[in-house]
Design a protein around this ligand. Sequence first.
Ligand code: NAD
Ligand code: PRE
Length: 354
Amino acid sequence: MTELRGPVRIVGTGLIGTSIGLALGRLGVVVELVDADPDNALMAERIGAGSRLVQIEPQLVVVAVPPDHVGAVIAEQLRQTDAVITDAASVKSKPLTDASALTDDLSRYVGSHPMAGSERSGPLAGRADLFDGATWAITPHETSDPKAVDLVRRLAEAAGARTVELSVQDHDLAVARVSHLPHLMSALAAGTLVDAPNSHLELAGQGVRDVTRIAAGDPRLWTQIVSANSTALTGLLERIRDELDRMLVALGKEEAGEELASILGQGVSGAVRVPGKHGAPHIELVPVLVTIPDRPGQLARLFADAAESGANVEDLRIDHSPGRPVGEVELAVKPASVDQLVRVLTERGWSVHR
Ligand SMILES: NC(=O)c1ccc[n+]([C@@H]2O[C@H](COP(=O)([O-])OP(=O)(O)OC[C@H]3O[C@@H](n4cnc5c(N)ncnc54)[C@H](O)[C@@H]3O)[C@@H](O)[C@H]2O)c1
Ligand SMILES: O=C(O)C(=O)C[C@]1(C(=O)O)C=C[C@@H](O)C=C1
């Protein structure tokens, strides 16, 4: 076991670097912050992610810069320090290839990728709990030192994540499917809203919000991510194109029912395969919808009442459209807890529907 004692140097103090600094700060690990943009490093320091100048040599360097720059920073940090180096990039082949072109010995480098993030960028979007319960992929390459792999695993665990080890190639295939394709589909769906009249947008409910949230991610970052994974993405996009053609043909028919139901049914079968919280197998959750008045303290009261019922709220969604005097809270609970939750909330005056 290789103990994570720090100091940890974080290069790139945006959303991910700052969140890692904040998470390690919870354990008292000394963190040094470095960024090409001095304002971002200063901001990360101000919100408590670490310090800009640490006098001791780092034990570990985390490179959290956009994918196109990762290889060069890895090579630079290997030259400048004796530390183990990891990176957080959303693709793993490109950083390895780029770094290999710049240095001969990559034994102290182990790629990794926290599978948690946000559509927001920069240090102000950083959160100490971003990785709690998330999956963190570790992608050793052929010459990675096992002790370095162990230390990177320690980093992920210290940040609150559970680790999954897989090859660089397998990682890129996996994220093409579970992260990069969904991002592109979200961008395409959101793009159709650009010229939508306000009278259409006024009808926006939770469905369109669910589908478009990630489309708000930084286009420069995402261009780098998807370009670096173009081969895997091309195969998936071709499959989507074929399905779109099938859907168009079906919609054009008078009796489209069966064909459409088969495409939508495929969607249901795929959606239930998405694992549940903490990477656990998918568990069936039942949504319980509660209307809440738009007044301070109502959410706290609702949670207290839900807790009284004994139900564990597994997931939560708040839908509050501006201009409405009430909001709607969706509490997702296990089927066994539903009846008791509904009974207790109704008794306490909440307007509840399933
Ligand atoms: N955004 C997400 O949801 C997410 C999730 C997991 C992993 N990642 C990966 O993490 C990395 C960082 O993403 P982010 O969302 O934190 O981006 P970000 O834009 O919030 O932050 C990137 C930071 O890197 C700095 N930077 C850029 N080039 C640099 C260089 N050469 N040297 C030093 N600093 C440099 C920028 O000034 C900025 O502060 C990316 O590789 C991304 O693929 C992102
Ligand atoms: O939750 C989000 O906003 C994300 O898009 C996070 C997400 C993902 O696809 O799950 C996005 C890119 C990262 O490389 C890792 C995580």
